[in-house]
Design a protein around this ligand. Sequence first.
Ligand SMILES: C[S@@+](CC[C@H](N)C(=O)[O-])C[C@H]1O[C@@H](n2cnc3c(N)ncnc32)[C@H](O)[C@@H]1O
Length: 190
Amino acid sequence: MHSDSWALKAKKLGLRSRAVFKLEEILSKTQALRHDSLVLDIGSAPGGWSELIKSIAPSSEVYAIDLLPMDPIKGVRFFQEDLMNLEAIEEISSLKLKFNLVISDLAPNLTGIRAVDEENIYELNIVTLKTAITYLNKSTGSFIIKTFQNSLFKKLRTQMEKSFHLVQTYKPAASKSKSGEIYLFGDKPL
Ligand SMILES: C[S@@+](CC[C@H](N)C(=O)[O-])C[C@H]1O[C@@H](n2cnc3c(N)ncnc32)[C@H](O)[C@@H]1O
């Protein structure tokens, strides 16, 4: 399906974002979401992923964070904050090593200068990976992160392999083929 068709489908279904289809495909392949999971959604606005988690697993508990505001979702605790300040959110920082699933759809603002953008994406991905390791349960934790196929992708995957027992790469059907967007899945922190 063309990427505009995914956007149209999302609109027709009343979904908050086209990104929902991407997470849905990865979750169905990895079975990373259990009915009672504690989930941290990083870069959550406008809320498509959080809403999907609650619809697949209504008993799950979701904490979500974004720089931008997000309309409320029942059962989702949202914090309008920079990921860099996550530690300061007492309600979340008191849950270290407890989350079953951390999902990140973060993307930095692009400058158009390839080397700078690739470095910024990598740095943001590494901060997110460190956050995931700090917050995920050691035996049941799973991590899904959006990144981009660029010259630093291999370096990021190597860092993921140092952090998880299992690492897999996903390119969901709803992801624009030209966008370079790609997802890494990490299971069971080392
Ligand atoms: C592609 S959107 C997420 C879409 C979301 N997964 C959905 O399905 O609705 C990426 C989000 O990352 C957020 N973001 C980027 N940098 C951030 C940061 N440092 N801290 C928190 N959120 C950030 C942006 O504000 C943006 O809303």
